[in-house]
Design a binder for this molecule. Structure first.
Ligand code: RB5
Length: 148
């Protein structure tokens, strides 16, 4: 599985930690920046990761900013993206099982890297439950198609 990962300056340290963690677990990771703690604009990196997932260049994405809010707003503007802002393992699991989230977003000013590792692990190990949730995803897909 190829995972595209991105962050802004607030998420840089966490992104580096998670990248190493994921690689140690055998995942292929595409680092889409940023590459230091120098102040940057999160929409640049949120868009890059979301486009990679939307275009099938990555299987899943992980985005980190200070709160996770900016990155969520950006990623969810890209067609086909279901980005979930998760601050715990319960919502991470549900975002895969119920929403088939293809991008996990976290806030580096909310969680520490150890908490993030747990959330990432649960998120990657959880699968879409289908059933009644499929119909809801189809409704989201229609919204995507009809938006201007
Ligand atoms: C950067 O200061 C901060 O605004 C950003 O990391 C993020 O929290 C935005 O939603």
């Amino acid at each position: 599985m190829n995972i595209a990962i991105g962050c802004d300056h607030a998420g840089y340290f966490a992104k580096e930690t998670l990248k190493e963690y994921l690689q140690s677990k055998g995942y292929s990771v595409t680092d889409m920046g940023c590459f230091s703690e120098e102040s940057v604009h999160y929409p640049v990196y949120g868009k890059a990761v979301a486009m990679a997932v939307s275009q099938g260049k990555a299987d899943k994405g992980i985005l980190i900013c200070g709160t996770g809010i900016g990155m969520s707003i950006v990623a969810n503007k890209i067609p086909g993206i279901r980005a979930a802002l998760c601050h715990d393992t319960f919502t991470a699991k549900a975002s895969r099982e119920h929403n088939d989230a293809n991008i996990l977003v976290m806030g580096a000013r909310v969680l520490n890297p150890e908490q993030m590792k747990l959330i990432v692990e649960v998120w990657l190990d959880s699968t879409f439950a289908g059933g009644r949730h499929s119909q809801r995803l189809e409704m989201i897909r229609e919204l995507d198609e009809n938006r201007r």
